[in-house]
Design a protein around this ligand. Structure first.
Ligand code: VGL
Length: 193
């Protein structure tokens, strides 16, 4: 088995009622849980990331000092140790094999910027487990999913993004992000196909 599943940032602050809640976030959490119930066994590793920002600084300008532009600056979100940074309660993480945290003190959109508590990165895991194929789900399509998918392609892996298991901040940039990911070489498909 040489396939990995990457689940990006399915956290309370990115789902409905969160500080940076995206429309459809709760549904992604529930659908990912349903998908894992049927398919976790198809994967050598199941990796989940969490944005894990500092609470006492602006994380390299990632947190807006005034009005956020929702492109480069954002409301305060996913502060380490808070409810907003926890996985969404609809996301059953029992089959997740590796948990990565990213964004401590800086912006970190890609799951590849994260580490386990033992300092292991996604890049290490791909080598350690001989991963060839990577499937991707999570939040948000136009930011962290986009960055993670492009990095996965950059790592020379075969990448698929499940279009029914992602949701974005803005509809237009989400559509553009999926087009960009596909152009870079990933396959876009429905997880139920
Ligand atoms: C994200 C905006 C800011 C994401 C993270 O997870 O896509 N978006 N920080």
């Amino acid at each position: 088995m040489t396939r990995a599943l990457f689940i990006v940032d399915v956290q309370n602050d990115f789902t409905e009622r969160g500080a940076l809640g995206v429309v459809g976030g709760d549904q992604v959490a529930e659908r990912v849980t349903r998908f894992l119930a049927e398919h976790a066994g198809d994967y050598r590793i199941v990796v989940a990331s969490r944005d894990w920002h500092d609470g006492d600084n602006d994380n390299g300008g990632h947190f807006a000092s005034g009005e956020p532009d929702f492109i480069d600056t954002w409301p305060v979100h996913c502060v380490a140790g808070t409810f907003g940074a926890e996985y969404d309660e609809g996301f059953d993480t029992s089959t997740v094999t590796h948990h990565l945290k990213k964004g401590q003190g800086r912006p970190a959109y890609s799951l590849f910027e994260g580490m386990t508590d033992d300092g292991v990165t996604a890049g290490h895991l791909l080598e350690q487990y001989g991963i060839i194929d990577i499937d991707i789900a999570g939040l948000a399509t136009d930011y962290c999913v986009r960055a993670s998918a492009l990095d996965a392609i950059e790592h020379g892996r075969r990448v698929r993004v499940f279009t029914d298991l992602v949701a974005g901040v803005h509809p237009d940039s989400s559509e553009r992000a999926l087009a960009e990911i596909a152009h870079a070489g990933a396959v876009l498909l429905d997880s139920r196909a």
